[in-house]
Design a protein around this ligand. Structure first.
Ligand SMILES: Nc1nc2c(ncn2[C@@H]2O[C@H](COP(=O)(O)OP(=O)(O)OP(=O)(O)O)[C@@H](O)[C@H]2O)c(=O)[nH]1
Ligand SMILES: [Mg+2]
Ligand SMILES: [Zn+2]
Length: 262
């Protein structure tokens, strides 16, 4: 089935408290009891946001289970190669694995334009009109599901907003999480952004075709990954040349089969 159009979601109801999730207030230098209580309040607000998200994520997870669909959350810094990896991945697994994509960006439908050429149903979420959330929260995912025909979807891939920080904190009800780390980002990113690497189930170490032109220490990168998440699979790939895709695709197919039993 060739689907060319896609939906865009711009005006979802913004989460009451996203701004509080980012606690950048630095007016706490003086110390003392007042500061302490303010610090406590902030922690409570953040906790509430994440608790509310967890409840919504649980609902999404139940829904996905009912629909017998496997959900993959793909995360990375901006430009690591999520969309390129997806374009190539979908070309390999379609039509055997009936897939759909939800893609989040602050602005533009560029990624949906690219992904819909693969023929899969695509929903583009833009967060700009409501403060430009830099992650996809569970309630936003819930909104994006309404136009998708789950009778014909076995795999839903969520391309999260390019950001190595807060998407890691927001459970969306997915079954597996992968982080794309490109070799142009430097080998120390797993050490600098450990939460992302801790919550993910696999790493796609991308753009390996560029290695001859870089002073990149791939062993150091893998060592950092294993330090924050011992035993995590690392697939060294090039989304450009499709080098290393076989192992990645095998892992993906096995993960889907483990949930769906087919
Ligand atoms: N050389 C090389 N370039 C790549 C590879 N994968 C992606 N790129 C390039 O990297 C740039 C960013 O790729 P995208 O796939 O748009 O990255 P993204 O993670 O989806 O970006 P955002 O959604 O904006 O965060 C593009 O110019 C791609 O062509 C790769 O394996 N090798
Ligand atoms: Mg993209
Ligand atoms: Zn955020």
């Amino acid at each position: 089935m060739l689907t060319t159009g896609y939906q865009t979601i711009k005006n979802y109801h913004h989460h009451e408290n996203h701004k509080s999730h980012h606690t950048h207030d630095r007016k706490t230098a003086a110390g003392g009891p007042e500061i302490e209580s303010r610090g406590t309040r902030k922690i409570k607000v953040v906790r509430r946001v994440l608790d509310a998200n967890d409840i919504m994520a649980r609902k999404n997870r139940d829904f996905f289970k009912d629909q017998n669909v496997f959900v993959l959350n793909m995360m990375s810094s901006p430009g690591s190669g999520k969309t390129t990896t997806l374009e190539k991945t979908l070309a390999h697994i379609m039509p055997d694995i009936k897939s759909a994509v939800v893609v989040g960006d602050i602005c533009t439908t560029n990624d949906a334009d690219r992904l819909s050429k693969t023929g899969v149903p695509v929903v583009q979420i833009n967060t700009d009109e409501f403060g430009g959330d830099c992650h996809l929260a569970a309630h936003v995912i819930e909104k994006s599901l309404q136009g998708l025909d789950f009778e014909n979807i076995d795999l839903l891939i969520v391309e999260n907003i390019g950001n190595l920080v807060c998407p890691a904190e927001f459970d969306i009800g997915e079954d597996a999480r992968v982080v794309v780390l490109s070799v142009t980002e430097g080998e120390d990113k797993p050490a600098k952004y450990p939460l992302m690497f801790r919550v993910c189930d696999a790493v796609l170490l991308n753009k390996t075709d560029l290695l001859p032109y870089l002073d990149y220490d791939r062993e150091a990168a893998i060592k950092y990954i294993q330090q924050v998440h011992p035993g995590m699979p690392v697939f060294e790939i090039s989304a450009r040349t499709e080098d290393g895709f076989e192992e990645w695709l095998d892992w993906l197919k096995e993960s889907i089969t483990a949930k769906l039993g087919r």
